[in-house]
Design a protein around this ligand. Structure first.
Ligand code: PLP
Length: 234
């Protein structure tokens, strides 16, 4: 067995054990394999092991891999920082965006989403505190942003995402994830249920699952370490 296949099985096992331990429904947590900085060949290996959802942070790099893997049925999630001049590439090539927090970018993605594709699935990136990146919208401003989604028919608002600064220990890790869950309870409405909570990575996926994550974004545990220059995950 390839090492990617073995590591993927280990991550799946971690997810299933956490679901059991924290009384989550079996299969309620989906795995997004974060393939940034890794070649298309790694993605093909994961695909051969049954993984078909992949997360990318850098548009140029992602477009190359999407092109190389054009014949495969993959689901691509953009999880990196959005820049205005990159929205078209995102709108045309991705199924999901997890890192949206500006109304200007939301409008651009909506306008640029090709009519022959289904609406782009979106999670809003929420600033909890002390983030690993400064990306995100403050919880008290998120309601305002959500209100705009009624006028953005080419976007489908699915939920919230967060990327807290790394902390040690399960109980400490749960704090930020717990806050995101509470924010979701405050923000959800009949129109926007915000069912998706995109939270948890290699080091803290158990804590995220304990607090209700529905998508965990895992790179290192599946594909191994990334080169340090690109490790910041911007
Ligand atoms: C890189 C990245 C991940 C994956 O992190 P690992 O620690 O390698 O699992 C998850 N989410 C975002 C937004 C990232 O940039």
């Amino acid at each position: 067995m390839s090492s990617i296949k073995i590591r993927l099985a280990e991550v799946e096992q971690r997810i299933r054990l956490a679901e059991q331990r924290y009384s989550r429904a079996p299969g309620s947590v989906r795995l997004l394999a974060v393939s940034k900085t890794h070649p298309a060949a790694f993605i093909s290996e994961a695909l051969a092991a049954g993984q078909y959802r992949f997360g990318e942070n850098y548009l140029q790099e992602a477009l190359e891999k999407i092109g190389q893997l054009r014949d495969q049925r993959l689901e691509w999630h953009f999880i990196g920082r959005i820049q205005s001049n990159k929205t078209r590439g995102i709108a045309e090539n991705f199924h999901w965006v997890h890192s949206l927090y500006s109304i200007a970018h939301a409008r651009r993605l909506n306008d640029q989403r090709p009519p022959d594709l289904p609406p782009l699935n979106v999670c809003l990136q929420i600033l909890i505190d002390n983030e690993a990146t400064k990306g995100g919208i403050a919880p008290e401003e998120a309601g305002n942003l959500i209100a705009h989604f009624s006028e953005l028919p080419r976007l489908r608002l699915r939920g919230l995402m967060t990327l807290p600064a790394p902390v040690q220990g399960l109980e400490n890790q749960r704090i930020a994830f717990h806050r995101l869950r509470l924010i979701r309870e405050q923000l959800k409405s009949p129109e926007f249920g915000l069912e998706t909570l995109s939270m948890g990575m290699t080091a803290d996926l158990e804590a995220a699952i304990a607090e209700g994550a529905t998508i965990v974004r895992v790179g290192t545990a599946i594909f191994g370490p990334r080169k340090s220059t690109l490790q910041s995950g911007k």
